[in-house]
Design a protein around this ligand. Structure first.
Ligand SMILES: NC(=O)c1ccc[n+]([C@@H]2O[C@H](COP(=O)([O-])OP(=O)(O)OC[C@H]3O[C@@H](n4cnc5c(N)ncnc54)[C@H](O)[C@@H]3O)[C@@H](O)[C@H]2O)c1
Length: 279
């Protein structure tokens, strides 16, 4: 059976773990050839062994322009070009009062979450243009839409990613390159443990506990999984989304659709008594 990404070449940053890893697995299953750009070499090498025909791993710190260029060069050299770029690599800072704000941490978060996708777009777009077009997908977050769902630097950076996607879509549309963002809600991945300073193996283990904690975080009573986001990325990568650009897709189980009292009977509504019932 034909895959939805047959003959497509994708670069996926942060593809060694979590949402990126699920996206890699789904894209390969749908026929894509994939370059995984990450800084977790051991996981990247294991992926190469798993998919020797269709996957290459490149050590790529997305904040370093030379590394990003190397990832794109690998897509061109190993697979002949680039059709899809998923700018997904990410970290999260810690929740803190903004008067305690750490400027170096702010710069690090922005460097990975905003400079990274911009460098990817800069060096990926010419390869896509040479193939007659392509799709760039930036992993943003509901934290970039609504305050309270992430730390200060993280939330601000994700808002920048959403807008960068619109601005890039405007500029690249005539080159048949679409640019969109995905805003995941709470997804059970190692990012929570990693941002709390745990080692990678410990953060990987904590993801299962996060899944338990996320079950009742949103109206749909189950934890969001990396696969939920991978499926949204598949749609945006595929020709089904040929006329979709400059927008963001919220995939959050209803987290941002309403205030909690609208769906959680344990939370009293501030509107109680205002619609006809006695106060
Ligand atoms: N998990 C959630 O609830 C959630 C919600 C909204 C958005 N997101 C976003 O999804 C994306 C993926 O996160 P995840 O939850 O899968 O976490 P994760 O920690 O499982 O994956 C992040 C990946 O990015 C890689 N990475 C980190 N810094 C890098 C760098 N400088 N260069 C290259 N790779 C780097 C890590 O090695 C890791 O493989 C991130 O952009 C994150 O902000 C996650």
């Amino acid at each position: 059976m034909a895959g939805r990404l047959d003959r497509k070449v994708a670069v996926i940053t942060g593809g060694a773990s979590g949402i990126g890893l699920s996206t890699v697995e789904l894209f390969v299953a749908e026929g894509a050839q994939v370059v995984v750009a990450d800084i977790q070499d051991e996981k990247g090498r294991l992926l190469e062994q798993r998919y020797p025909e269709s996957l290459r791993y490149v050590r790529c710190d997305v904040t370093r322009e030379d590394d990003v260029m190397q990832a794109m060069a690998t897509a061109a050299g190993a697979f002949g070009g680039l059709d899809v770029l998923v700018n997904n690599a990410g970290i999260c800072d810690q929740m803190m009062d903004l008067t305690q704000f750490d400027a170096a941490q702010w710069d690090r978060v922005f460097s990975i979450l905003v400079r990274g996708p911009m460098l990817g777009t800069k060096h990926g777009a010419p390869l896509m243009e040479a193939r007659g077009g392509g799709s760039i997908i930036n992993t943003a977050s509901v934290a970039g839409l609504v305050a309270g769902w992430g730390p200060m630097a993280y939330s601000s950076a994700k808002a920048a990613v959403i807008h960068m996607s619109r601005a890039a879509a405007a500029q690249l549309g005539s080159r048949k390159i679409r640019v969109n963002a995905i805003c995941p809600g709470m997804i059970a991945t190692p990012i929570f443990g990693a941002s709390a300073g745990l080692s990678r193996p410990a953060a990987d283990q904590l993801a299962a506990r996060v899944a338990e904690l996320c079950v009742h975080a949103q109206p749909i009573p189950r934890a969001g999984s990396p696969d939920d986001i991978a499926r949204a990325a598949l749609y945006l990568a595929s020709d089904d989304a040929a006329f979709v650009t400059g927008t963001h897709m919220v995939v959050d189980g209803g987290l941002t659709a309403s205030a909690r009292h609208a769906w959680d009977p344990a939370v009293p509504s501030p509107l109680a008594g205002l619609f006809g019932e006695p106060l």
